[in-house]
Design a protein around this ligand. Sequence first.
Ligand SMILES: Cc1ncc(COP(=O)(O)O)c(C=O)c1O
Length: 384
Amino acid sequence: MRGVSGYFDAATATPLHPAARQALAAALEDGWADPDRLYREGRRARLLLDSAREAVAAEIGGRPDEVSFTPSGTVANHLAVLGALAARRRVGRHLVVSAVEHSTVLAAARRHEDDGGETTTVRVNPRGRVDPAAYAGVLRADTALASLQSGNHEVATLQPVGEVWAACRERGIPLHVDAAQTVGRLPSYEDWDLLTASARKWGGPAGVGVLAVRTGVRWRSPLPEDEHEAGRMPGPVSLPLVVAAAAALRARAETAPALARRQAALVERLRAELPRRIADVEVLGPDDPQDRLPHVVAFSCLYVAGEALATELDKAGFSVSSGSSCSSSALTPSHVLAAMGALTHGNVRVSLADDATEADVEQFLRALDPIVRELRQRSGASDL
Ligand SMILES: Cc1ncc(COP(=O)(O)O)c(C=O)c1O
């Protein structure tokens, strides 16, 4: 029988999907040659790469030649933003992002500003969502690129991508959608001009990101170009990892709707039980399940430091992220929570792995209460 599994950080990295494991082993045997070579081994590798590209393209609603593989979602975001800005320099140097974008998008925006460009940051409501009219309102004649994530990695909020894309389209502005948290989980939509994703969020291995650029959308590499990945990512890809990533995505396609329903029910239970069992807790993100990612829930505990909470939960067997989940330092306050006007301390994000069960969630809830009490007692906050 399976014991309680306490891995609750799947929004950062999922355990490898069994289909990916199998494909990886096969591709290490079969896919080691250079796919650009014309000899037998190279042709075999080319077939594997083409097939992986087709699988990803089908999943995101794009064409295979629009899809390039990168070493991570991070690099994909950097290239999407900086490449689109570089190609549309003559239109202008104005970039629009939401306040809750992943830190990698914001890092690219900062680089753009350092280079003399301008960024407008669109605010979000207390549930972490942008208002599409407000987003449309800041688009200008010199806007070179707009960027909006599909779902938020910290608080699960789904963004109105379709409406924002329509507003961008009316004005001839390309929209970059960071879909790292939705690809392989939620039905894909075709409302994007540039799309980025990360295989380690969908059961693929770390080391594979996706950058898709629609045909006709102008994009120029900010890096020296070569013949790989349609000139979008220099250097050869790790073919075995790419093959494994595609296998995980294919395998998930059939199970994703049922998985999302199951995870949404567990998240709903956490959202309902947390305030009942823990004093002074704020559950973050949208109340309506339709407006949320299925696998993520975040909450803040008043009078507790998030890092201490994560450390104590780890000792109790639960792996969660705390603070700015997109930063390497847990001590950095989350820009997402700050933008929502939420408590930035005592913050915990639970993100469910595919095999998380009701028993896991129940064990977590049971473990949390004494830990929070103990930490509050230690800091003297329980007397407040
Ligand atoms: C929304 C979002 N975009 C981009 C990334 C970066 O992807 P990677 O971890 O592959 O670099 C993440 C990772 O957490 C993410 O959640």
